[in-house]
Write a protein that binds this ligand. Structure first.
Ligand SMILES: NC(=O)c1ccc[n+]([C@@H]2O[C@H](COP(=O)([O-])OP(=O)(O)OC[C@H]3O[C@@H](n4cnc5c(N)ncnc54)[C@H](O)[C@@H]3O)[C@@H](O)[C@H]2O)c1
Length: 475
C-alpha cells in the first residue's frame, strides 16, 4: 500500500464509515466464525454429485464442512475420479456410473452438476424432469438452443431450485461493493476492467494440458470447442457476471479479438482473449485473458492472475475473489472531489489537500487505498472500551496494509449452504437461473464476436437456436 498517501487514524475511520455502514446491511451470516452445528438428518438436504473430477472433488471437500446438506450419492463415468469423490466425502454414499440411475434414486432431493460444460444441459434437464433441485456449475448451458430450452423447462418446474456456480455473488466483499455502487458511493460507474492472466508456460495447469487421445479423451474437454467455451467460459464468465451485477443489466453488444498463439498442441480454443462489452447508459467492461504472464496490477501488485476494477466518477474499487488462500479482498480509492477537479480545470489555483488536517490527497491523483472491512470490524456502539480500541487498532493496521482483511466465510461454502437453504425454503438463489443464463449467453456471444470478428448484439440470442435460425459457426 502506498506509504506517501497516508491516512490519519481519525480520517481513515471517517472514510471507512461509509463502507462499514453499507457493510452493516449485509446479512450477518458472514459475521460469525463458522461454528459447526449438528443437524438432525431430516433437517438436511440429501444430495448427489455428478462429475467428481477436479471441481466436484473440490466442492466435496467444502461440502464435508456444511451441515445442511448430506451426500447420499456420487457419480462419475471415470472409475478413478468416482473413487476420489467417494473417498473425499467419506460418508459412504452410493456410487453410480450412469447419472440417470442416480436421478432415479428416491432419496436424492438435489444434485450438484460438476461435469464438463457440454453435458451441463442434458444432465440439468434430466435432473429437473426427475424432480430434483439443481446446483450446476457455470456455465449453465453451452449452445443457443439450450438457452431457450432451459428457460422453458425451468418455467415448467418453478418449485425446483436452479442455482449456478457463480460464487462471487456469495462473497461479503462483492456484496458490499455492489451496495457501494448502488448507493452512489463511487459516483457514476461508467467503466470496469477485468483480467484473468495466467502463466501457462512456467506454471502449466493440468486442467489445460493436453492428454493422450486428443479430442477423443474427455479429460481434454476444456481445450476443444466441441466440448468447451475455452477461456471465455472457464474464466471470463465469472467476471462478466460481476460487471452485469455491478452495472445492473446485461450488455448491449460485445466485440473482441481472440487468438491461439502459444499453446499450439492441437487444441482449438484461444489462449488469448480480449473483449469489450458495451452496456446501456454509456458503460463498458474491457476484459483480458492471456496465458503467458500472471501479473496483476491491483492491490499494490501483491496478488496475481485475476481481479476486477470498478471505476466511478467518485471512486474506484479493486476486488478479487482470490483462491482458498489468500481469498477475497477489496480496496477502495477515492477520486479528487468535484470542487478540486473543477478549479483545476479552470486553472484557477493549485489543488489543496481535500481533507483538512489529513495527508490523504495532495496531488491530483486518486486517493487511497482504503481496504473494505468485514462486518466484525463495524462499530456497534456496544463494545467495551478495550474492544473498541482493538477494533480501532485492527482497522488502522488494515489501512496501513499491515493486516489483511479476509472473508470470514469462503464464498464457495456460502453458495453451497445457501443452495441447501433455498431447497428447504423455496427461496430464489442469488445466482439464479436468469443470472446463470445471462452469463452463458455472454460466453456464447463473446466467442461468436471473436470468431466472426464482428460486433455481436445480445438480442441476437433470441433468434439463434430456434427452428429456421442460422446455426452458430463452430471453429
Ligand atoms: N465455479 C468455479 O470457480 C469453477 C472452477 C472450476 C471448474 N468449474 C466448472 O466445473 C465443471 C467441471 O470442471 P472440472 O475442472 O471439474 O473438470 P474435470 O474434467 O476435472 O471433471 C469433470 C468430471 O466429470 C466427469 N464426467 C464427464 N461426463 C460425465 C457424465 N456424463 N456423467 C458423469 N460424470 C461425467 C468426468 O469423468 C470428470 O471426472 C466445469 O463446468 C467447470 O467450468 C467451476
Amino acid at each position: 500500500m502506498a506509504q506517501d498517501q497516508d491516512v490519519s487514524r481519525r480520517e481513515f475511520v471517517k472514510a471507512a464509515g461509509a463502507v462499514t455502514a453499507v457493510a452493516a446491511a449485509i446479512p450477518a451470516v458472514y459475521g460469525a466464525p463458522a461454528v459447526q452445528k449438528v443437524r438432525a438428518a431430516n433437517d438436511q438436504v440429501q444430495y448427489g454429485i455428478i462429475g467428481t473430477g477436479s471441481r466436484g472433488t473440490y466442492l466435496l471437500k467444502h461440502l464435508k464442512g456444511i451441515d445442511n446438506g448430506r451426500c447420499v450419492a456420487v457419480c462419475d463415468i471415470n472409475p478413478e475420479n468416482l473413487k476420489h469423490g467417494f473417498d473425499t466425502i467419506g460418508n459412504n454414499p452410493k456410487e453410480f456410473k450412469d447419472y440417470r440411475e442416480l436421478l432415479a434414486a428416491k432419496d436424492v432431493d438435489a444434485v450438484i452438476v460438476t461435469t464438463p460444460l457440454f453435458v451441463h444441459f442434458p444432465i440439468t434437464k434430466d435432473a429437473l424432469m426427475a424432480g430434483k433441485h439443481v446446483f450446476c456449475e457455470k456455465c449453465l448451458v453451452f449452445k443457443p438452443e439450450e438457452v431457450h430450452a432451459l428457460r422453458a423447462l425451468h418455467a415448467e418446474h418453478p418449485k425446483q431450485v436452479l442455482q449456478t456456480g457463480l460464487q462471487r455473488r456469495y462473497s461479503y466483499f462483492y456484496q458490499t461493493v455492489k451496495q457501494m455502487v448502488d448507493k452512489g458511493i463511487l459516483g457514476d460507474v461508467y467503466y470496469m476492467h477485468a483480467q484473468w492472466h495466467r502463466n501457462m508456460i512456467n506454471e502449466p495447469s493440468s486442467l489445460w494440458t493436453m492428454k493422450p487421445g486428443g479430442e477423443k479423451n474427455i479429460a481434454n474437454w476444456r481445450v476443444y470447442r466441441s466440448m468447451s467455451g475455452g477461456l471465455t467460459a472457464e474464466l471470463t464468465s465469472h467476471q462478466v457476471d460481476v460487471a452485469d451485477w455491478m452495472f445492473g443489466s446485461g450488455p448491449e453488444f460485445v466485440t473482441g479479438f481472440g487468438s491461439l498463439d502459444v499453446l499450439k498442441d492441437g487444441r482449438d480454443v484461444y489462449d488469448n482473449v480480449q473483449l469489450t462489452y458495451r452496456y446501456p447508459k454509456g458503460r463498458q467492461l474491457t476484459y483480458s485473458s492471456i496465458s503467458t504472464n500472471q501479473f496483476l496490477p491491483y492491490f499494490n501488485c501483491s496478488r496475481a492472475q485475476m481481479g476486477e476494477c470498478i471505476m466511478g466518477t467518485d471512486g474506484t474499487i479493486e476486488i478479487t475473489v482470490g483462491f482458498d488462500d489468500p481469498h477475497c479482498i477489496a480496496w477502495w480509492y477515492r477520486e479528487p472531489p468535484k470542487k478540486a477537479a473543477e478549479s483545476a480545470k479552470a486553472g484557477e489555483k493549485k489543488k489543496e489537500p481535500f481533507v483538512a488536517g489529513a495527508t490523504m490527497v495532495t496531488g491530483g491523483g486518486a486517493n487511497g487505498p482504503i481496504p473494505i472491512m468485514t462486518s466484525d470490524l463495524n462499530f456497534t456502539g456496544k463494545e467495551s472500551f478495550i474492544d473498541k480500541e482493538v477494533k480501532f487498532a485492527k482497522r488502522w493496521l488494515t489501512s496501513k496494509g499491515v493486516m489483511l482483511q479476509e472473508e470470514q466465510g469462503n464464498p464457495v461454502d456460502v453458495e453451497l449452504e445457501s443452495f441447501f437453504d433455498c431447497c428447504r425454503t423455496g427461496q430464489t438463489p442469488k445466482a439464479n437461473m436468469e443470472v446463470g443464463m445471462a452469463d452463458s449467453v455472454a460466453v456464447i456471444l463473446s466467442n461468436m464476436a471473436m470468431d466472426e470478428g464482428r460486433k455481436v448484439y445480445f438480442n441476437e440470442i433470441e433468434k439463434m437456436g430456434k427452428p429456421g435460425s442460422v446455426p452458430v459457426k463452430k471453429g
